[in-house]
Every structure is written in structure tokens, then in C-alpha cells.
Ligand binder design. Structure first.
Ligand code: NAD
Length: 432
């Protein structure tokens, strides 16, 4: 069951299997299977009703051999240290596979942000920075938004850090608002990045994108732009999207005959990725149970909501026509699902390759902050496409060359790069 999956155990299991294939020195493997540093702290927040509440915060820095740690901050009710560890670990592999000079970090707060007022959210953001500011920074650790956090929140966090260090420091957080140090193209970057890799996979498998149909889980930042990209960049059809309805406290799948219109759905979704059910039904959308997305007739499956969604229970429900699974979310497919994909000859685009568009554009944002010179949206997306295409093909070449599964090939490319950086810095000689 999805609820019982420990994401960090899954991240370690994936790593261990590739470390074995690479004959990695056991000591080096031990360095990489755990984060280098972990922070766990309490954040007191004065609520609007006058009460003082204390929230649990986290930051994990997995490995910074290739450059400053990089990774989002989640505000989620089900956040755990192990989830943060897993996501920080995957960030190390993601930055390495995308070949950007950054390491792996992740953070979070245990809170449902939809229960907070604007003022409480700002207090919480500033509180997180007050707890962590000495251990983050543009040359140290650069957080960004993730589930439950927004560009506005990154603006507050950057402001709090700048106040504490006494200097305007836009490069300390990425995913900031446009005009407040943010980069054009960041909003669509992860979803479009997913689509650039799907395009390359179709090219490799000789699949016509125009005759392709995608079934997508989620309708948050990643899935919104993956849906738009699938329709507008590839000319394909999106059979369905899904979302967790925070009012009904359950997930729904939204589909429409002839395919959904993602631009329309964008007008009736809230900032937490919940589609307005009534407005969707009024516009002729079919609303089904949250699980229905996985069995829709399609040849591309894009799980882009959360971890552990394609697992031993749900994989059997997958449409038999699926040829490509593009992991928009982090850790959406379990090792059991991988075994199924291998048996069925389904082409997998692993998460830390598939969704690397977000961090790549965050890196571009930092570069622009450093230069204090901002690029056009087209320039950002063109550079993103080049990076994603190179990353995809480096992994595909390794997969073909060593006859290994795409996830293993991505790990091989990433682990080699991180181990090389550690060796070049002398971390493995025992003198560091
Ligand atoms: P988001 O909060 O904007 O959206 C999440 C979406 O998933 C929402 O529509 C929510 O309703 C839906 N959802 C949650 N539980 C669900 C369920 N049980 N069934 C169906 N839908 C469900 O988050 P996001 O930024 O789009 O991130 C999605 C995933 O992608 C996460 O795993 C995140 O770590 C990963 N990711 C995000 C980025 C980014 O730039 N935003 C980059 C890389 C990876």
C-alpha cells in the first residue's frame, strides 16, 4: 500500500542495487547511502488567534561534492524525516544526472498549509529561515519550493535571510516571484522538462506523439505543465488528470471524451492543485475515483502527484497499452512496479531524470541572480531543452551500452559523477 512505503528505504534499495552493479567500494557506498548532515528543529509561530503553536521543521543535506546543496522545502501534514532524507538523496542524483554543479538537499515542515492564514504562512517561512540561516546560503545550500510552498513564500524566505546576513542575497532561494529575483520559465520548467524527456523517449521508441495519449496523476505545478506540454508541444491527447480534493478529503480522476483541456482546467484549479469539481462537471468532465487514472486507455503514464503511487497494488490496474512511464513526481514507482515494467518491456524515464527541469531552471535562476542580468522566457526554455535532451541521451546511451534498465543507467551516470567529484576533492583519500 502507498501509505506503508518508506521513501528513504526505497531510495537506499535503488542505490544499493546499482552500487553492487558498479562494484562500488563498500566504504564509498556507505558515504553515499546516508545524508552528510541532517537538521531537525522546532518553529514557534504566533497564530492569528493569539495562541503560540510549535511546528516541526527539517533540512537534510545529502552530498555537496559537486556544489552547494539544492532542493525544495515541503509544507505537508504527512512530512517525515525519512521522506526528506529520500528526497535529499534523489536531489544529489538529479543534479548530477542533469549535469548542473549542485548537490542534494531537501527540507520541510509538518503542516497542512491550507489550514494557515497568509500571515501565519509568512511567520512559518520566516521561522524556518531563522532556524536554518547559518547553514544555508548561495554557496552552501539553496532551498526552493516544493509541495505546499509557493514563489511568494520563497520571496519571504529570501527577505528573512537577507535581513539576517545584512545583504540582499537573491541567490539563497530559488523559485522566487518574477520581479523579485525569479526566473521566467520556472513555473512551467518541471512539467515541460518531463515532456522534453517524453519526446526523446518517443523518438527512441519510434512512437508518433500526435497519436499518443497520456494518463496523468495530479494537477499541481508539474502535472499542469506536463498536460499543457503534452498537448501543445507534442500534439498528443491527455485522457485524464487527477487530484486530491482537500474539501472532500479524497482523490478524483477527471476525464473528458476526446481528451481534457488543460488550459481550461487551469482556470478552475486552486493554488493547492484541487480542481473545482462542480465547475468541471458543468463543463462536461467525467469525475471518477482517484484510482481510475491508472487504468485509462493510454500509451504514456505520467505519475506526477506524489511518491509510491504506482506500487504492487496499483500496477496490475495499469492499461495494457502503456509503453512509457514518465515519472513527473519524486519516487512515484516502487521497486515492485519496476519489476513489472521490466517484464512488460515498458520504457521508464526515472524521476530524477524526468523531473530535473525544475532544478535545472532553479540553477539558471541562481546564475541570473549572480549576474544580475535576466534572460527571456524563450532563452530559459531553450537552454532547459538542451540540458534535458543531453541528460536523457547520456542515460539512454549508458542503458544501451551496458544493457541496463533506465533507472539503473541514470544512477550509474549520477553516481560516477558524484564519486569523481568526491575523489577530485580528496574526500576519498582519507585526508579530507
Ligand atoms: P503540487 O502540490 O503543486 O501538486 C500536487 C498535486 O497532486 C495536486 O494536484 C494534488 O491534489 C495531487 N495529489 C496529491 N495526492 C493525490 C492523490 N492521492 N491522488 C491524486 N492526486 C493527488 O506539487 P508539484 O509541485 O506538482 O509536485 C508534484 C510531485 O513532483 C512531487 O513528488 C514533487 O516532489 C515533484 N517535483 C516537483 C517539482 C516542482 O518544480 N514543482 C520538481 C521536481 C519534482
Amino acid at each position: 500500500m502507498a501509505g506503508q512505503i518508506n521513501a528513504f528505504e526505497m531510495a537506499q534499495k535503488q542505490f544499493d542495487s546499482v552500487a553492487k552493479q558498479l562494484h562500488l567500494d563498500p566504504g564509498v557506498a556507505e558515504v553515499l547511502r546516508w545524508p552528510m548532515r541532517e537538521f531537525s528543529f522546532r518553529i514557534p509561530v504566533r497564530m492569528d488567534d493569539g495562541s503560540l503553536r510549535v511546528f516541526q521543521g527539517f533540512r537534510v543535506q545529502h552530498n555537496d561534492a559537486r556544489g552547494p546543496n539544492k532542493g525544495g522545502i515541503r509544507f505537508a501534514a504527512n512530512e517525515t524525516m525519512d521522506t526528506v532524507r529520500a528526497l535529499a538523496t534523489w536531489m544529489t542524483w538529479k543534479c548530477a544526472v542533469a549535469d548542473i554543479p549542485l548537490g542534494g538537499g531537501k527540507g520541510g515542515i509538518i503542516v497542512d498549509p491550507s489550514t494557515l492564514t497568509l500571515n501565519e504562512k509568512e511567520e512559518m517561512c520566516r521561522g524556518w529561515v531563522r532556524a536554518m540561516w547559518k547553514n544555508i546560503g548561495p554557496r552552501n545550500d539553496v532551498p526552493a519550493p516544493d509541495i505546499g510552498t509557493t514563489p511568494q513564500m520563497m520571496g519571504w524566505m529570501m527577505d528573512e535571510y537577507s535581513r539576517l546576513v545584512g545583504q540582499y542575497t537573491p541567490g539563497v532561494f530559488t523559485g522566487k516571484p518574477i520581479g523579485g529575483g525569479g526566473s521566467l520559465g520556472r513555473t512551467e520548467a518541471t512539467g515541460y522538462g518531463v515532456i522534453y524527456t517524453v519526446r526523446e523517449a518517443m523518438n527512441h521508441l519510434k512512437i508518433d506523439p500526435k497519436n499518443s495519449v497520456a494518463a496523468i496523476q495530479g494537477f499541481g505545478n508539474v502535472s499542469q505543465y506536463a498536460s499543457i506540454g503534452f498537448v501543445e508541444l507534442l500534439g498528443g491527447t491527455v485522457a485524464c488528470v487527477s487530484c486530491y480534493d482537500r474539501h472532500d478529503k479524497k482523490a478524483y480522476t477527471y476525464s473528458k471524451k476526446g481528451g481534457i483541456d488543460p488550459r481550461f482546467l487551469l482556470t478552475i484549479v486552486d493554488e493547492y492543485g484541487t480542481i473545482n469539481k462542480q465547475k468541471a462537471q458543468d463543463a462536461g468532465y467525467i469525475v471518477e475515483d482517484g484510482d481510475a487514472w491508472i487504468s485509462k486507455e493510454a500509451n504514456v503514464l505520467i505519475p506526477a502527484a506524489m511518491e509510491g503511487q504506482v506500487n504492487s497494488d496499483t500496477v496490475a490496474k495499469m492499461s495494457k497499452g502503456i509503453k512509457i512511464v514518465a515519472e513527473g513526481a519524486n519516487g512515484p514507482c516502487t521497486p515492485e512496479a519496476d519489476e513489472y515494467f521490466k517484464k512488460q518491456n515498458i520504457f521508464n524515464i526515472p524521476d530524477f531524470l524526468c523531473n530535473a527541469g525544475g532544478v535545472t531552471t532553479s540553477y539558471f535562476e541562481q546564475v541570473q541572480n549572480d549576474m544580475n542580468y535576466y534572460w527571456t522566457r524563450d532563452a530559459v526554455l531553450e537552454r532547459l531543452d538542451t540540458k534535458m535532451t543531453h541528460a536523457f541521451n547520456a542515460v539512454l546511451d549508458r542503458s544501451k551500452g551496458e544493457k541496463v534498465y533506465m533507472r539503473d543507467a541514470a544512477y550509474m551516470v549520477a553516481i560516477d559523477r558524484v564519486v569523481n567529484a568526491m575523489a577530485m576533492r580528496g574526500w576519498l583519500s582519507g585526508n579530507a
